[in-house]
Design a binder for this molecule. Structure first.
Ligand code: 6PG
Length: 241
């Protein structure tokens, strides 16, 4: 069952997510191996990446993968790669693997999947096993670019999937599949603000393709939310930090 951590304010939630990423990095480095994390796009994580940049001095062996990417150039304001590059690469940061967005979403998905399979060790079921999947949550319960009741949710045996009908613009994207997100050793979903309260409640109401993030809740998921995003949760579910 998902662990729910509630903070009083959004900055405390975004900082806590950064601490979880820093902990994961330190653990992998202490074991003398590369550390693979997928990172979320959107607006919320910017503060997390800015905080993470202050928490990690030694980025040796750290490889960041985009949990999803919009099919736009890497310098486009809508690019998730640009968000991560602006916040983490300005320092002598981690390796950040960009999705090749010049061609079609299908070409991008297969190229990115090849690179992930080459570099991210597979778990016992042959699925690349991330150390941590850091994810956001849409108001409709989507995560990465896995949207409610989308065909992409049913894709099995693949690492990435092309998305063309994203209800959240831009429409063309590439996303990690549910297989990969579920195979991560741990996952963190960060959501703040009143507008996410209904989606947060949906994540914890049982597996439902109409709320894609709920399909991660039976795994090693921590939901980091602020009080506003916890508004629709029963008091006993939300453990304050
Ligand atoms: C994307 C994101 C997406 C995001 C949620 C929340 O590329 O759009 O990966 O899954 O995490 O839509 O976005 P906000 O943080 O902007 O609310």
């Amino acid at each position: 069952m998902a662990q729910v951590t509630v903070t009083d304010t959004p900055p405390e939630a975004t900082d806590l997510a950064a601490e979880r990423m820093a902990e994961t990095i330190a653990t992998g480095q202490s074991q003398g191996r590369p550390v693979h994390l997928s990172v979320a796009g959107g607006a919320t994580p910017r503060a997390t990446y800015e905080r993470l940049a202050t928490l990690v001095d030694d980025w040796q062996g750290v490889e960041l993968w985009l949990g999803d990417e919009r099919l736009v150039p890497p310098d486009d304001p809508e690019s998730n790669y640009r968000l991560v590059a602006e916040t983490l690469l300005e320092r002598t940061g981690p390796v950040v693997h960009a999705v090749p967005t010049e061609g079609s979403a299908e070409e991008a998905a297969s190229a990115y999947a090849r690179e992930i399979r080459e570099r991210v060790p597979a778990g016992p079921d042959g699925v690349p096993e991330l150390d941590l999947a850091f994810l956001g949550l849409g108001e409709d319960g989507h995560t990465a670019s896995l949207f409610p009741n989308a065909a992409a949710l049913d894709v099995r045996g693949e690492v990435c999937v092309a998305v063309h009908d994203s209800p959240k613009p831009p429409p063309d994207r590439v996303s990690l599949t549910l297989d990969v997100l579920r195979a991560a050793r741990r996952s963190v979903i960060l959501a703040v603000g009143d507008a996410k309260a209904s989606a947060v409640a949906g994540v914890l109401s049982g597996p439902n393709p109409g709320v894609p993030a709920s399909l991660l809740a039976d795994g090693p998921l921590e939901l980091i939310i602020d009080r506003a995003a916890a508004r629709e949760l029963p008091v006993n579910v939300a453990r304050a930090t």
